[in-house]
Design a protein around this ligand. Structure first.
Ligand code: DX5
Ligand code: ZN
Length: 214
């Protein structure tokens, strides 16, 4: 199981200390939430903060952009060191736009992910899923850490597992929002590959919390 701690919940007064703890933990990825104050009602990090994490850590930089203009912000964060950009299906006007952005990200040499919000059905992805390296199932409304896990994510993960396996795609399934030891187990049983966890990791002993999710 790949664990991707969300630095949205990191204590930025302790950025060195907590990033060192992540480096020592079993986490392989670092999840970086970009919010533009438009696609979601919150504002988070710009590219210079991602560059700081690049210098502090060798973890794989998993960048989740909750923005209305994914093409523009993909370039901004690829320039800053992103190794994967995951953008929202809901931010695109149609499948062609999703595929065009995925191609742009791939042409720049990194991985591309597509995310769906809790009210978006997985069936919308059926014609484009195979193009993506990752599909992100949001198990809370995007915008804030610390919310409760929405159970409808479990059926979405199961459906995606079947779609991916039946078609022999290489797409990883990631889940984000309200992950703790209990919800992680439900997601694993449903067939998830990557767990994002914010509050659970940073409000506990970081290394032990990551280990408990593996
Ligand atoms: C929410 C973000 C999540 C968030 C998860 O919009 O995409 O990555 O940090 O936080 P927790 O684990 O606290 O629900
Ligand atoms: Zn996220």
């Amino acid at each position: 199981m790949i664990i991707s701690p969300s630095v949205l919940s990191l204590d930025f007064c302790k950025i060195n200390e907590q990033t060192e703890q992540l480096n020592r933990s079993k986490a392989e990825w670092l999840h970086f939430d970009v919010m533009d104050g438009h696609f979601v009602p919150n504002l988070t990090f710009g590219p210079d903060i991602l560059k700081a994490f690049r210098r502090l850590s060798n973890l794989f930089l998993d960048v989740h952009i909750m923005v209305s203009n994914p093409l523009f912000f993909s370039d901004v964060f690829i320039d800053a060191g992103a190794e994967m950009i995951t953008f929202h299906y809901e931010a695109c006007k149609d499948n062609e736009e999703c595929l065009m952005i995925a191609k742009h990200i791939h042409d720049r040499g990194i991985k591309a992910g597509i995310s769906i919000k809790p009210n978006t059905d997985v069936s919308v992805l059926k014609d484009i899923l195979g193009t993506f390296d990752l599909v992100l199932v949001m198990s809370v409304e995007p915008g804030f850490g610390g919310q409760s896990f929405m159970m409808n994510a479990i059926d979405k993960i199961k459906t995606l597992r079947t779609m991916i396996d039946d078609n022999h795609y290489n797409t990883l399934i990631q889940v984000d929002g309200g992950i703790n030891q209990e919800t992680a187990t439900l997601c694993k049983d449903a067939g998830v590959d990557v767990l994002v966890a914010g509050s659970y990791v940073f409000k506990n002993d970081i290394e032990k919390a990551v280990e408990s999710l593996c």
